[in-house]
Design a protein around this ligand. Structure first.
Ligand SMILES: NC(=O)c1ccc[n+]([C@@H]2O[C@H](COP(=O)([O-])OP(=O)(O)OC[C@H]3O[C@@H](n4cnc5c(N)ncnc54)[C@H](O)[C@@H]3O)[C@@H](O)[C@H]2O)c1
Length: 438
């Protein structure tokens, strides 16, 4: 294999032309970072998202308007900048295509690869000799080479590792986290040949301040990403189990964890609801592939079961407290604080707060959901549920804090409770006396 051939084609690092496909929580921050140094084409099939971005508005709140406007260009040229488009022909002159589309699971927790397949077919249509396609979406080991490469070949008519090359560099972004931003997180890279791997690594190393780790193969890089989240999931499942045990014993789990955490090698995990599109989803990708090889994962799926059942558990704990306080559960008023999948972030996809709400409603309670971050329109669309961004002015028989948004720390929650009302804290963040925390 000859590096000069690859580089001769169009991979001169002084002028990489990059297309980022899928401008969501992962794609936009990445496109923005590359655009501080290179000409970047941000491509998304969502015309509304493109028009909002062109105006300098990022509804995911990952990149603020000022920062975004600084890199936006109205006409793409040779200079560094970000040009957002939903027209495939606009990205035809690029030589690096980075795919950052969603990889969720369906109702039965089976991986949905449709977005990945469609974007691979689309990129195939504009692929040229010497181009490199890099996948960032979280997948199971083998998905890039076994599923996406054949689609790229078919749609482009080009030959893999002869005419075009592929890389995999998993994203480790943490939505809502303004400290660990994309350039500050070390990035794993890989490529389909030793030469293309070096090119992929050099491309990322040119913008990622924290550096890169070149993995020996695409499969290793894919597996590394999926186990990062599976490991977190299993550890959280363990502390969720501890919470259930200690609740039976009337011992405060957070106090136990604080005491145990004084040992240097005790891992700092907290109990909670595991939602979102990474930790609660990626283990299913690994499990699916393991099953194809005839191995039925035990620990991974047990962890998933434990974490997926926490919404039901929280609701039953709240109802138990209400009954103990002589509150008539049917018809009672409950305020749920937070519906996003994590704190200080507007993302409501795959949020497990919804499980708490639905379970509370199943007891015949009247639930009000207050979330200053979530878009009521989006929640209505995703879950057919009403939420408010404005703090309600009412009294409740129970208040359940499900998400640790900073705004909730400013509210005198006890004043919003009826005489016997109960306060339940899923996140263990409330300073005032709570009746119970998870
Ligand atoms: N959000 C995270 O915390 C996070 C962290 C690390 C890795 N990941 C992984 O990164 C990937 C992307 O996640 P995300 O959260 O950014 O998703 P997202 O839903 O926020 O954004 C995806 C974007 O892709 C667009 N899109 C969908 N299909 C497309 C297509 N065929 N062509 C072009 N655009 C298309 C959508 O319109 C959307 O704007 C997933 O695989 C996810 O698992 C996510």
């Amino acid at each position: 294999m000859n590096i000069s051939k690859l580089e001769r084609n169009n991979l001169d690092m002084s002028t990489p032309k990059i297309a980022v496909i899928g401008l969501g929580y992962v794609g936009l921050p990445l496109a923005h970072l590359f655009a501080t140094k290179y000409m970047v084409y941000g491509f998304d099939i969502d015309a509304t998202r493109i028009s909002e971005l062109q105006q300098g508005t990022d509804k995911t709140l990952e990149i603020d308007s000022l920062k975004l406007k600084k890199v936006l260009v109205q006409n793409p040229g040779e200079q560094a900048g970000l040009y957002c488009t939903n027209k495939l022909e606009d990205i035809a002159s690029c030589n690096y295509y980075i795919i950052t589309v969603p990889t969720p699971v369906d109702e039965a927790n089976k991986p949905i690869l449709t977005h990945l397949f469609k974007s691979s077919q689309a990129v195939g249509k504009v692929l040229k000799k010497g181009d490199v396609v890099i996948f960032e979406s979280t997948v199971y080991p083998g998905a890039t080479e076994e599923e996406c490469v054949p689609l790229l070949e078919k749609s482009s008519g080009l030959r893999y590792n002869i005419d075009f090359y592929v890389g995999y560099s998993p994203e480790r972004i943490n939505p809502g986290d303004k400290e660990h931003t994309v350039e500050k997180i070390l990035k794993v890279t890989s490529g389909s040949t030793p030469e293309s791997a070096k090119l992929v690594d050099r491309l990322y190393a040119s913008v990622i301040k924290a550096g890169t780790h070149l993995a020996p193969s695409i499969k290793v890089a894919e597996a590394a990403k999926v186990i990062e989240n599976a490991q977190r999931d299993i550890n959280i499942a363990f502390v969720n189990e501890l919470a259930k045990i200690f609740n039976l014993m009337d011992i405060d789990t957070h106090a136990v964890l604080e005491a145990a955490g004084t040992k240097w090698n005790f891992l700092p995990f907290k109990p909670g609801l595991v939602g979102g599109h990474c930790i609660g989803v990626d283990p299913y990708y690994l499990a699916k592939k393991a099953q194809e090889f005839g191995y039925h994962p035990e620990i991974i799926l047990t962890g998933r079961r434990m974490n997926d059942g926490m919404g039901t558990y929280v609701a039953s704990e709240v109802v138990k407290l209400m009954v103990q306080n002589d509150i008539k559960v049917k018809g009672s008023k409950i305020l749920v604080l937070g519906i996003t999948f994590k704190e200080n972030c507007p993302d409501v996809r795959n949020t497990k707060a919804v499980d708490v709400i639905n379970n509370l409603k199943s007891y015949g309670t009247k639930v009000t959901v207050f979330d200053p971050w979530a878009s009521p329109t989006e929640v209505k669309h995703e879950y057919d549920m009403q939420t408010t961004k404005t703090q309600p002015n009412d009294k409740y028989d129970a208040i359940v804090l499900t998400v640790a948004h900073k705004e909730f720390l400013q509210i005198s929650l006890r004043e919003m409770l009826t005489t016997n009302g109960v306060l339940y804290d899923v996140k263990g963040i409330l300073r005032e006396r709570v009746d119970r925390r998870l």
